[in-house]
Write a protein that binds this ligand. Structure first.
Ligand SMILES: [Fe+2]
Length: 406
């Protein structure tokens, strides 16, 4: 077999007609940062902080430490909202905003995983601009100066302390929350939703169970892989995706095997915040309806769906397969051979990781019935990220992908 051209010889995403890269969050990462939460958040204009979390996190004592850190820096904690469920909803966001208003807050601090951080973003937007969470849906539709075309209006200062290493929401301008009535996940993205501050401290993930570390870590891996092959890929994101993937390669399984490994957990927090992008693809399009309709946790759904989407995409042309060749090299896999062989190798590697970490490997194991496939395929087709997948799927393609994942 002829030697495959190595990474340095292949085409990068490079200059094109248009690309955008935005990063609006100040990140601090390191040890013992919780005690300086107040000192750091005060720099962002916070005075009267409303803390948003969930009951599991609160029971670990982490919120007490953060609260002490806020007060140490001279900030006031005016309320703690700990009612965010695993799969948060528009109703929860509205309730959170209302309570923050009643408490006289002027800033929000999210302490939790993706659901908590996304809820806080949307709640902050409703708190600042009024209206309801359901009305916030859409990309770049937040209130702007001069009725539309002006700069987006800022929201109250928002900081995030992630307690999982996966979602990346702490440094992104996106949020996903469930609309229970219509059984869909609403996607909201706009510049003001970048938290002003993200505090990455492995102490925040110290009590995370191995299974959740595995699932959320697979979300980060999915972001790195999907972000790199997405139609939205660009050199700015490429750099982040490749470094994130390498860090995930070296730290995810280590952090899951030994949850007391602080260095691995710290590296995973950084990797997750590097991997995040709103330029994703069909894995996420498939996983959103799995969560909305059948309550499948986001990371678990991505872990199951990703290998099938990789195989589908890699068969879509040499340009797409070349992107996967790059990823294979980062992971130490063979990058030569046919397009489908390259995809198959990466997909098989991902399946091996999922199995080693003890995650479910099929949607049928996590409550998805065969009869659910048509609605899931319909949901995936309607998901905005389908437009960014490198190979355009039809509804029949999605039906087939869901069948394979079932
Ligand atoms: Fe995700």
């Amino acid at each position: 077999m002829e030697a495959a051209p190595q990474f340095g010889a292949r085409q990068l995403s490079g200059f094109k007609d248009f690309c955008q890269f935005a990063h609006g969050t100040r990140v601090i990462a390191g040890r013992d940062l919780l005690s300086s939460a107040g000192f750091e958040f005060a720099k962002e204009g916070a005075h009267r902080v409303f803390v948003v979390t969930d009951q599991v996190i609160r029971a670990t004592g982490l919120v007490d430490k953060v609260e002490a850190g806020l007060m140490d820096g001279g900030l006031e904690v005016v309320g703690i909202f700990d009612e965010v469920p695993q799969d948060s909803s528009t109703e929860v966001c509205d309730r959170c905003a209302e309570q923050a208003r009643a408490a006289g807050a002027d800033a929000f601090l999210a302490v939790g995983g993706g659901s908590v951080i996304d809820t806080t973003k949307v709640a902050d937007s409703v708190f600042t601009h009024g209206g309801s969470a359901r009305e916030s849906e859409g990309f770049y539709l937040m209130p702007r100066a001069d009725d539309g075309m002006g700069a987006p209006l800022p929201i109250a200062p928002l900081a995030a302390i992630p307690t999982t290493a996966g979602t990346g929401s702490e440094v992104s301008m996106g949020a996903v929350v469930k609309d229970h009535e219509n059984k869909v996940k609403l996607e909201i993205a706009d510049f003001p939703l970048f938290p002003r501050l993200a505090i990455l401290d492995p102490e925040s993930t110290a009590t995370l169970p191995a299974a959740i570390a595995a699932a959320t870590g697979m979300d980060a891996l999915t972001h790195a892989v999907e972000g790199y092959v997405s139609l939205d890929a660009n050199p700015y994101q490429d750099g982040r995706s490749l470094v994130a993937l390498r860090m995930i390669r070296d730290n995810l399984e280590r952090a899951v095997e030994d949850t007391s490994d602080e260095e691995a957990r710290g590296n995973m927090l950084i990797a997750a915040s590097l991997a995040i992008t709103i330029g994703l693809g069909s894995t996420h399009s498939m996983s959103h309806p799995c969560g909305a309709r059948f309550g499948v946790p986001h990371g678990v759904a991505n872990a199951i769906n990703l290998p099938h989407v990789i195989r589908f995409n890699a068969g879509g042309g040499a340009d797409i397969a070349d992107r996967y060749r790059d990823l294979n090299e980062v992971l130490g896999l063979e990058s030569g051979g046919s397009d489908s062989a390259v995809g198959d190798r990466l997909a098989t590697h991902v399946e091996g990781m999922i199995e080693r970490m003890g995650l479910p490997t099929r949607l049928s194991q996590v409550g998805v019935p065969e009869e659910g496939i048509p609605a899931l395929a319909d949901g995936a087709m309607g998901d905005g990220l389908t437009l960014l997948n490198p190979r355009e799927p039809t509804e029949e393609d999605y039906v087939e992908l869901f069948r394979r994942a079932l």
